[in-house]
Design a binder for this molecule. Structure first.
Ligand code: IVH
Length: 691
C-alpha cells in the first residue's frame, strides 16, 4: 500500500513540477487551474497522512517554512561582481575599445545583449539536481542565505532538470535576478490597498522587501519570479560561450529572458540597446538598461575583472527615471480656482541629468493613500519631461521623526476656511479674493496663450497683488504710472512699456478673453468654437447648457462649466468691470487674421497623429473654419496623414493629386505660432514648480 502511495506521490510531484514549469516559466499552461489544484490536493493528502513520504523538492514545500531569527551569512565561492555602467553610445564604444586593446588584434567577437532587469541578484546552488542554497549578492563576497524564501518563488525549480531525463550536473551555481513582473505588481498593490496596507513604491522595492522577509510564508504570498542570466560555476558540463550557458539553463528548466539576443555586428548591438530604450515601457518587467557581454568564455577569462566589474561586460543604462531622496517638507500651492495642491520640497536630487527640488503630490487623498510623510525617504520619478512625481516612501526605513501632513482646515495664504464638496477629491480655498488665487488668475490672464501681456509674469503679478495695486484682472486696466514707479524694480521705461502692453491687450480677440477668464475646460480650441458662434460675451452669457451642447466639440462638462461661470454674480461683475475699462468683449469681423484660415478647405484625416487624436484634429480644423470629410475625392484640399496611414486614402490622394500634409503642416496652415504656450483648461492645472 505504502509502496503504491510512494509511487503515486512521486508521479504527482513530476506532474505538478511539469505543470508549474508550463505555467510559471513558459507562461503556457497546459491544464486548467482546477485540474492543477486537484493534483496538488491529492499530493497534500498523501503527504499529510504519510509525512515520511515528503521530499524537500516536493511542490507542497513551497508554501514557506518557519520564520527565521536572522539570515545566515554565505560566502560566495565565486565572487558576484557588479557591472560598469555606460550612458551613451560613445561610452559603450569606449568600453569595447578598452577590451579590444587587451585582445589579439583583429579578433572577431560575438556579443550577447540582455535586458538588465531591475530586481535583486541571487545565486542558486544545486547539488545533484536539488536546490541546496540561495544567496543574495550582498557585498559580492558575502551574501545572505535566502534559501527558504527562494524556495517559494514559483518558477525556481526545486529540482533540475525539470524535464527529468538528462542527469543533473553534480554541482551548478545559477545566477540571476529575482523580480516582480509589472502586471503582478499592480495586482499586489491593489490588493494591499484594499487591505489598507501601504502600497509599494515600485516592483524593485517590493521584490527586495519580499526577499528579505524573515518569515518565508510572507514571501510565498508575493508574486516573485526569477530570470537566470549566468552560470557562476558548473561541474561536469562543457560550456564555451554565454549563449550556450543560457541555452543550458533553459534546458535545465530555468526561465531565461526571451528578449536576449546574440550579435556579431556591434552596430546592431547598439541599435538593439536603443530600441529597448524606446520600448522599455512595453516590457512586463522593469529594466534599467541592457547588459552587453562578450560571448566567448575564454575571452571573458582573458579579460578578467578590474575593480569590482568584469572587463568583458558593460551595462548600457537607460536614462534614469527614478531616484531616492529625502522629502524635507510639504507645502501647499493655491491654484487659480482655489484648489489646494500639496507639493513636496525635496533634498535636491539628480535624475537623468536634471536636478529635482520639488514634486507634485496631486491632492491630499493621494498623499494619505500613499502615506507620504514629511522627512520620509521617498522614491521620485521623472518620466519623459513631465513634472516629477513622488512614487512613494521607501519601505521600512522610518525612524520616527517623520510627520504626517494632514489636509489644512484654512487656506495657508489667506486663512479663510477650506471648502470641499462631496465626491470630489480636491479641497479649495473658498475665498475668491485670496491673494494667491488673484495672483494665479492675473498670471493666467496675462499669459501668452491668453491675453498675451508682455512683461507681466508671476513675480510682477505677486508684486502688484501684494502691494494692493490690483485685486482682480480688471484692475490691471486702471493701473497708473505713478503707482508703478513706487514699486521696487520700476523706472520710467519699464512702467511705460508695461502700461502700453496692458493697453494693447484691450483689443485682443474675444477667444483670448474667454481663455483668460479661466473657465474650466475652456482652452483655445473651445474658446474659438464659442466665438465662432457667439460673437460677443453678452450672447455667450445668456447661452443655456443645452444650447452650448449643440456646438461641435463641446461636451456636457464644458457646457455646464460655462453656464455656471456666467451664473455667478462675481464673474458677471468682473465682465462688466472689464467692459468699463475698455477691454473689447466682442469680435468685429475677426479682429485678428482676417478670415478663418481654413475657410473653404476640406481635409481628410488618416493614420495616427503624433500629438492629438483624430477627433481633436477634427475639432481644431473646424474651429478654424475648415471641413473634415471621410474619404478623399476631387473636392478634398488636403490629406492629413499620421503614422500608419490607410492605403485607400493615400492611393486616392495620389490619384486625385491631393497634397498629403502632416500635423506640422496643419499647424502652419492655421498659423499656430500664437498659441504655442497655451494654458490648458483648469482640469490640467499644475502647481507652478520651480524645477
Ligand atoms: S551579469 C559579471 N546580466 O545587474 C556580470 N547582471 O550591476 C554580473 N543584472 O546586481 C551580472 N540583469 O543582478 C547580469 N542580464 C543580466 C542582468 C544583470 C540584471 C543585475 C545583477 C547585478 C547588477 C550588476
Amino acid at each position: 500500500m505504502s509502496e503504491d502511495l510512494c509511487a503515486r506521490a512521486q508521479r504527482l510531484r513530476a506532474l505538478i513540477r511539469y505543470h508549474n514549469y508550463r505555467y510559471y516559466t513558459l507562461n503556457d499552461p497546459e491544464v486548467a487551474d482546477a485540474e492543477y489544484d486537484a493534483l496538488m490536493r491529492e499530493l497534500r493528502t498523501i503527504e499529510e497522512t504519510h509525512p515520511e513520504l515528503i521530499t524537500p523538492d516536493s511542490p507542497t514545500q513551497r508554501v514557506g517554512a518557519e520564520p527565521l531569527e536572522t539570515f545566515d551569512r554565505v560566502e560566495h565561492p565565486y565572487p558576484m561582481t557588479s557591472l560598469s555602467d555606460a550612458f551613451s553610445r560613445e561610452e559603450v564604444k569606449g568600453w569595447l575599445d578598452r577590451a579590444r586593446q587587451m585582445l589579439p588584434q583583429g579578433i572577431s567577437l560575438e556579443f550577447v545583449a540582455e535586458p538588465k532587469i531591475d530586481g535583486l541578484a541571487a545565486a542558486l546552488t544545486y547539488e545533484d539536481g536539488l536546490l541546496h542554497r540561495a544567496a543574495t549578492r550582498g557585498d559580492g563576497r558575502i551574501g545572505e542565505d535566502i534559501t527558504e524564501n527562494v524556495r517559494t518563488i514559483r518558477n525556481v525549480p526545486l529540482r533540475i532538470p525539470v524535464g527529468g531525463d538528462v542527469a543533473p550536473p553534480a554541482l551548478i551555481e545559477v545566477r540571476g535576478e529575482i523580480y516582480i513582473p509589472r502586471d503582478l505588481f499592480e495586482t499586489l498593490n491593489r490588493r494591499r490597498q484594499a487591505e489598507e496596507e501601504d502600497a509599494f513604491a515600485n516592483p524593485r522595492n517590493a521584490a527586495a522587501g519580499s526577499v528579505r522577509q524573515l518569515d518565508p510564508r510572507v514571501t510565498a504570498e508575493r508574486p516573485l519570479r526569477f530570470f537566470a542570466y549566468a552560470i557562476g560555476h558548473v561541474e561536469g558540463t562543457e560550456i564555451t560561450t554565454q549563449w550556450e550557458s543560457l541555452q543550458h539553463l533553459r534546458d535545465l528548466g530555468f526561465a531565461v529572458n526571451e528578449d536576449i539576443r546574440l550579435f556579431t555586428d556591434f552596430q546592431k548591438v547598439l541599435n538593439y540597446c536603443e530600441e529597448w530604450m524606446d520600448k522599455r515601457d512595453l516590457l512586463n518587467y522593469e529594466a534599467d538598461g541592457v547588459v552587453i557581454k562578450i560571448n566567448n568564455l575564454n575571452t571573458q577569462q582573458r579579460l578578467g575583472i578590474v575593480g569590482n566589474a568584469p572587463r568583458w561586460a558593460v551595462a548600457y543604462k537607460f536614462p534614469a527615471r527614478e531616484a531616492t531622496t529625502r522629502l524635507q517638507n510639504i507645502a501647499i500651492n493655491v491654484g487659480r480656482t482655489g484648489v489646494l495642491t500639496p507639493y513636496a520640497v525635496l533634498e535636491p536630487v539628480r535624475i537623468g541629468g536634471v536636478t529635482i527640488r520639488q514634486a507634485s503630490l496631486h491632492n491630499f487623498e493621494d498623499l494619505e493613500r500613499k502615506d507620504i510623510r514629511e522627512r520620509d525617504l521617498v522614491v521620485v520619478r521623472r518620466a519623459g519631461d513631465v513634472i516629477p512625481q513622488i512614487v512613494g516612501p521607501v519601505e521600512g526605513v522610518r525612524d520616527g521623526s517623520e510627520r504626517v501632513f494632514p489636509p489644512p482646515e484654512v487656506c495657508p495664504v489667506c486663512g479663510e476656511p477650506v471648502v470641499s464638496s462631496e465626491g470630489e477629491v480636491d479641497i479649495y480655498c473658498g475665498n475668491p479674493s485670496c491673494p494667491a488665487q488673484v495672483v494665479r488668475r492675473v498670471e493666467y490672464w496675462a499669459s501668452r496663450g491668453a491675453m498675451d501681456i508682455e512683461g507681466m509674469g508671476t513675480k510682477l503679478a505677486e508684486q502688484l497683488v501684494n502691494e494692493g495695486l490690483i485685486a482682480d484682472v480688471a484692475d490691471l486696466y486702471a493701473l497708473e504710472k505713478a503707482a508703478l514707479l513706487e514699486l521696487e524694480g520700476f523706472a520710467e521705461k519699464r512702467a511705460q512699456n508695461l502700461l502700453q502692453a496692458i493697453a494693447d491687450s484691450r483689443e485682443r480677440p474675444l477667444w483670448r478673453v474667454l481663455v483668460g477668464l479661466g473657465i474650466r475646460g475652456v482652452g483655445s480650441t473651445v474658446a474659438r468654437v464659442l466665438t465662432d458662434h457667439y460673437h460677443s460675451i453678452d450672447d455667450l452669457q445668456e447661452a443655456s447648457p443645452e444650447e452650448l451642447l449643440e456646438l461641435e466639440g463641446i461636451g456636457p462638462g464644458i457646457a455646464e462649466a460655462i453656464a455656471d461661470f456666467f451664473a455667478q454674480p462675481g464673474n458677471r461683475t468682473l465682465v462688466e468691470r472689464l467692459r468699463k475699462r475698455g477691454v473689447s468683449l466682442q469680435d468685429e469681423e475677426r479682429v485678428e487674421g482676417g478670415p478663418a484660415p481654413l475657410e473653404g478647405v476640406t481635409i481628410v484625416i488618416t493614420g495616427t497623429l503624433p500629438s492629438m487624436s483624430r477627433s481633436e484634429a477634427k475639432e481644431l480644423i473646424m474651429a478654424h473654419g475648415g471641413r473634415v470629410t471621410g474619404s478623399v475625392s476631387g473636392k478634398t484640399t488636403y490629406l492629413l496623414a499620421g503614422d500608419r496611414p490607410g492605403r485607400t486614402k493615400t492611393q486616392a490622394a495620389e490619384r486625385e493629386r491631393v497634397p498629403i500634409i502632416d500635423e506640422n503642416d496643419l499647424y502652419t496652415l492655421i498659423d499656430h505660432s500664437e498659441t504655442d504656450s497655451m494654458p490648458q483648461g483648469d482640469d490640467v492645472e499644475q502647481p507652478s514648480l520651480d524645477l
